[in-house]
Design a protein around this ligand. Structure first.
Ligand code: HEC
Length: 94
C-alpha cells in the first residue's frame, strides 16, 4: 500500500515537472523574464500597451532595457522576451 502511494506520488511529481519543462520550451521568454528579474522594476512600472503601442516598439523597449541593465541578451533572446511580453501584456499584432 505504502509503496503504491509513493509510485503515484513520483508519477505526479514527474508529470508536474515535465509540464513545467514544456511551458518553458513553449515560451522561452518567460524564463528569461524571470531570470533577468525584470519585475524588480516593472512590478512598480507596469507594462503599458498604450505607451508601447506596436510590436516593433516593444522589441526596441526590451532592447533598451537589455542595454541599460547590461543583461547581455542576444538578439533572439530579446525577440523571445518581446514575444512573451506581447502575449502576456501587450497583445499587439505581430
Ligand atoms: C532598473 C529598472 C528596470 C529593470 C530591471 C528593467 N526595466 Fe524595463 N524599463 C525601465 C524604465 C526606466 C523604462 C522606461 C520608462 C517607462 O517607459 O516607464 C522601462 C521600459 C520598458 C518597457 C516599455 C514600457 C511600457 O510601458 O511599454 C519594456 C517593454 C521593458 N522596459 C522591458 C523590460 C524587460 C524585458 C526587462 C528585463 C530584461 C526590463 N525591462 C528590466 C526600467 C527597468
Amino acid at each position: 500500500m505504502k509503496k503504491r502511494f509513493s509510485m503515484v506520488f513520483t508519477g505526479l511529481a514527474l508529470s508536474v515537472f515535465m509540464s513545467q519543462a514544456a511551458v518553458a520550451s513553449e515560451m522561452p521568454g518567460k524564463a528569461l523574464h524571470e531570470q533577468a528579474d525584470c519585475m524588480k522594476c516593472h512590478a512598480a512600472k507596469p507594462y503599458d500597451p498604450s505607451k508601447t503601442d506596436t510590436y516593433p516598439k516593444l522589441v526596441k523597449m526590451v532592447q533598451f532595457c537589455n542595454d541599460n541593465l547590461n543583461a547581455g541578451f542576444f538578439e533572439d533572446e530579446v525577440e523571445q522576451l518581446a514575444e512573451y511580453l506581447n502575449k502576456e501584456y501587450y497583445k499587439h499584432p505581430m
